[in-house]
Design a protein around this ligand. Sequence first.
Ligand code: ATP
Ligand code: MG
Length: 291
Amino acid sequence: MKKFKTMEKLKIAIQKSGRLSEKSIELLQECGIKVSNGDRKLKTSASNFPMEILFLRDDDIPQYVEQGVADIGILGENEVWEKEKNVKVVEKLGFAHCRLSLAIPKDEEYTGLTYFNGKRVATSYPRILGKFFKEKGIDVRIEELGGSVEIATGIGLADGIFDIVSTGSTLIMNGLKEAEAIMRSEAVMISNQNLSPRKTELLEQLLFRVKAYKNGQGRKYVLLNAPNEAIPRIVKLLPGMRSPSILPLADKGWSSVHSVINDDDFWEVIDELKNLGAEGILVVPIEKMIL
Ligand code: ATP
Ligand code: MG
């Protein structure tokens, strides 16, 4: 019995090919899990973690996870909402950010949501859209399409579309303009509601690693030298995790400061550090960060 238990593997479903595939494998690799799928099989095993990886279409992942064919999965929140399966979102993953938007032909005048009253809207997300318009009390005919939604107005199938937008260039290429952004989505990890104790433990291990990786993203490690009198002000600028490390230099009156900084604050803080007399500033990427 014990042997069987230790052999239990966490089955993760990821997108077979598409916008999420590479990032999903990269995330597993950043978590120290080696995945090789050179010949794009349906499934493969990790060599150094009790994990089996299933390669599927993203639309099917919620169903497989609900049924327990896969224990967990990585996919866009948009598909989780649309499929309405009984699964749990356990972590937002910070990639594949996009929005779900209503778009209309560019020469049309957009007059607000009531514009859509009595109109036909094409989408691959009929449930999300149906719910949205129902809540707003707007009567719309939804034309469900599997893909290439952006051409629906051009061929006369619909008056507007509801689809994923990131830069908006696809809309422009198809003579459309964004009328309304309805929700924002990113890649998430979902889980089956009834994992065995062993699988729950494996998922917790995985999530610990995912969080360490996510914490390192968007932050940098900063090392610099500064005259001692500037240290109190530098410490205020670079609060770091608990507080920065201050080490005396062999050169009297100088110290070295080590800390962590957010990417967003980076240039502004660097300028201030220079003004305070900091020298030899080194900025290095952080691979993992355990808080
Ligand atoms: P599949 O063949 O697996 O069904 P698909 O064609 O449905 O693939 P993709 O276009 O690969 O899906 O997109 C997968 C997910 O990536 C989307 O559900 C969405 O969450 C996200 N996504 C889609 N387009 C973009 C974009 N332009 N920018 C960022 N994220 C996006
Ligand atoms: Mg899909």
